[in-house]
Design a protein around this ligand. Structure first.
Ligand SMILES: C[S@@+](CC[C@H](N)C(=O)[O-])C[C@H]1O[C@@H](n2cnc3c(N)ncnc32)[C@H](O)[C@@H]1O
Length: 237
């Protein structure tokens, strides 16, 4: 897919984007789990690859001391991210820039942490690992998410992905496959966690706190088969 085709695809996605309580719960849970994986590392320069409307950057800025550069390929996403960040009064902490993960405009060894979220995040794409690793400092962390393929809610999408594995278009999104993918560019696996176990339905009416309550109760017991997201953390050697 060319840069232009990628751009058009994601502009279309951004045009149709709707925020509901299910997504708000996902953002909250993404941050809670990211903070766990970060451990003591809560300051320095961070890059968010594929920031979308900036919701997660706002939470991250509120809960850490990172200076954040948030990039996206979509102009519509970036306009919305700018607006949301301004409303949150965080323009000094979060800088929005247009960028394509296939060709990052930053020097080598530049960021302390790189984040990328959104159920199969932009940093997880097949041919970008080397570029993402290039801009990360040695000892820096990469935290990104994938769809959990053991998740019952996601079974139909699995069959589509399986055909892509067979054709060699994707690497396997299980922990073994993800580890192998990043070890080839000098990133070592640190830890993983799974979340988003609540049923992703009735997002307009159910308060987001109820989804989080499900996550902390029933969801905890059935994480392996209900969690839709797997979040992984790597360190640059
Ligand atoms: C699934 S959305 C996730 C957005 C946000 N991180 C979130 O969790 O709400 C993926 C985002 O990555 C952006 N994206 C896709 N391909 C990209 C690329 N090659 N470079 C930079 N951003 C890209 C899309 O425009 C979109 O905003």
């Amino acid at each position: 897919m060319s840069h232009r085709e990628r751009y058009q695809k994601w502009e279309e996605v951004a045009r149709k984007y709707k925020l509901d309580n299910s997504r708000i719960a996902t953002f909250e849970l993404t941050i809670q789990n990211t903070l766990k994986l970060l451990g003591n590392k809560k300051e320095g320069l961070a890059l968010d690859v594929g920031c979308g409307f900036g919701h997660i950057d706002i939470l991250l800025a509120q809960k850490t001391n990172f200076q954040i550069i948030a990039i996206d390929i979509s102009d519509i996403a970036l306009e919305n991210a700018k607006k949301n960040i301004k409303e949150a009064g965080l323009e000094k902490r979060i800088k929005i820039e247009k960028g394509d993960v296939y060709n990052l405009s930053y020097p080598d060894n530049y960021f302390d942490v790189i984040f990328s979220f959104g159920y199969v995040s932009a940093a997880s794409y097949q041919k970008v690992a080397k570029e993402v690793a290039r801009v990360l400092k040695p000892g820096g962390l990469l935290i990104l998410d994938y769809i959990n393929h053991h998740c019952l809610y996601k079974t139909p999408s699995l069959f589509k992905k399986f055909r892509k594995y067979k054709r060699g278009e994707l690497y396997p999104f299980n922990v073994k496959g993800i580890r192998k993918h990043f070890s080839s560019v000098g990133l070592s696996f640190v830890s993983k966690t799974r979340f988003n176990t609540y049923p992703p339905i009735f997002g307009k009416v159910i308060p987001f706190k109820l989804y989080i309550f499900f996550e902390k109760t029933i969801g905890r017991l059935f994480k392996k088969i209900l969690a839709r997201v797997i979040l992984v953390c790597f360190e640059k050697n």
